[in-house]
Design a protein around this ligand. Sequence first.
Ligand SMILES: C[S@@+](CC[C@H](N)C(=O)[O-])C[C@H]1O[C@@H](n2cnc3c(N)ncnc32)[C@H](O)[C@@H]1O
Length: 215
Amino acid sequence: MEETHQQYIPALRFGWLTGLYDPVIRWTMREGLFKRRLVEQVGLQPGHQVLDLGCGTATLTVLLKQHQPQATVVGLDGDPVVLARARKKAAEAGIKISFDEGMAYQLPYPDHSFDRIVASLLLHHLTSDNKRLALAETFRVLKPSGELHIADFGKPHTLLMASVSLVVRWLEEAYEHVKGMVPGLIHDAGFIHVEETGRYTTTFGTLVLIRAVKP
Ligand SMILES: C[S@@+](CC[C@H](N)C(=O)[O-])C[C@H]1O[C@@H](n2cnc3c(N)ncnc32)[C@H](O)[C@@H]1O
């Protein structure tokens, strides 16, 4: 278990590439489109507590807060270099977001803390064991009737996506994604109404949006 915890994959897989994260994701992952759609899907209400898990440079975190300024938005990431960029981005946008350094599989929050948790492009960074632990932690810190919203690689939905996803499939952590197993893992963590709500063609394969509810 200790070995599993030690495995950490930075935003662009290698720490020295972190500075390129924003432009690479913007141009390869149709970021504007899927993040806008994800924000709408999350449906934040005034007073909601929301966690952006694996927030990276906080592009989505900022969009969430701008969409619902009366929600409390928290971003968590395990990489202090990325978090420095996130804090700078939020300050430049003139908005108040709390950022915490921590691991998705060991969340530094009490039970029942959040109404919504969003995880965009995080799960494919985690080993199979850590995906399960992170989903269990997500379940623990969500309030009853709270919702989990995920954007990540999924089962290829066209022949073209099947061929480009060969690159992602090569990554051990993405195996369960391209095999379409992620909804099952979410269900196994205790969530109900697990549904795929959107599919996008990207440079590296099919990106899926998923919604799930804690009973
Ligand atoms: C591909 S980036 C996604 C960033 C952002 N959510 C987005 O959609 O652009 C993945 C992020 O997950 C973070 N990460 C990887 N493993 C993590 C872990 N075990 N706990 C917390 N964050 C982690 C990385 O530092 C990185 O910032």
